[in-house]
Structure formats: C-alpha cells, structure tokens
Design a protein around this ligand. Sequence first.
Ligand SMILES: [Cu+2]
Length: 178
Amino acid sequence: MSLTSRLALAGAAAAVLALSACSASMRAHHGGMHSAVHSPAGATTAPKVTASTPVLAGGYKKAEAPAGARLYFVNLSDGATVGSPVKVVFGLSGMGVAPAGVEKAGTGHHHLLVNVNEWDANAPLPANDNFRHFGAGQTEVSLDLKPGQHTLQLVLGDQNHIPHHPVVMSDRITITVR
Ligand SMILES: [Cu+2]
C-alpha cells in the first residue's frame, strides 16, 4: 500500500468514528417515529456530503467519473413499504462495474449506505453495517432490516473504496419495513 493510501485510510478511520456517532443518533431518532409512510423529516432531507475535490489531502488523485454517470435504485422508490429481507438492485448507467482492487477507467464498485446521514466524499468509505461494500462487483443484495423507517443510498467507489470525482451517488431514499 502506498503512503498516500495509508494517509487516506488514517483519515478515514477518524471519519468512521464521527460517522458512527452520527448514524447511531439518527437511528435513535428514527426509532421514535411511528409508521408515517412518508415522513418529511426523514424522506426529504438530503444527507450531508462533503464537496468532492479531485485530489485528496494526501495527494491521491481520485478516479474520474464520466459526465452523465448515474447511480439509482432499480426496484425501490422513496416512500416504499416493503417486507424484510429487502431485495435491493443497484442500477448504474454510463459506467461499468469492476471488483475492488482493480484499476480500470470508467469503473467502480457499489456501496450501499444504510441509515447514513453524513459522509465524506474525500476519503475511503468506511466498512461497517451502515457502509456496505460490494467489492466482488455484486449488483444486488438481500438486506435484513428491522421494522421501521430506514434510509438507503448508493455510492460508487474506486479500487480503493474512494468515491469518484465528481461523486457518483443515488438519491437517498426512505423506505418503511413492515
Ligand atoms: Cu468498497
């Protein structure tokens, strides 16, 4: 691993701590809500994402995303009520999928952000229950979720799990699990 990757990962570790605290408080918040299908507080608020820079502080040059690249949920829409496990199909247009570790222009691998309210577009995405990596190039998942409201967002990452420049991400949707 190069020094710049190491530096980037150290930065990400700090970000993980901040992000976990954040999503824990958000889960608690959601836990208090009842079964409103379309909560104004949850569904319509965009997550906080740092503005993407082409080069990271450690000198790492981010993978470029072609203009018009689009990431979206194929089978779920904002406000949907579903049973668990929830099948989530990842849609990508204008780019290809490659496994983590493979450097190839115009490609990336999928990440599913579950109940994440805030994340850093200029660091490797953390790996935990809230930030799920599909490093083998998977394009769908069957997700076990507790009853209640959850938010989902897709973000594409490069071979080192770092979002592209500009960031390729879906809208964040809110679903209710019955
Ligand atoms: Cu990844």
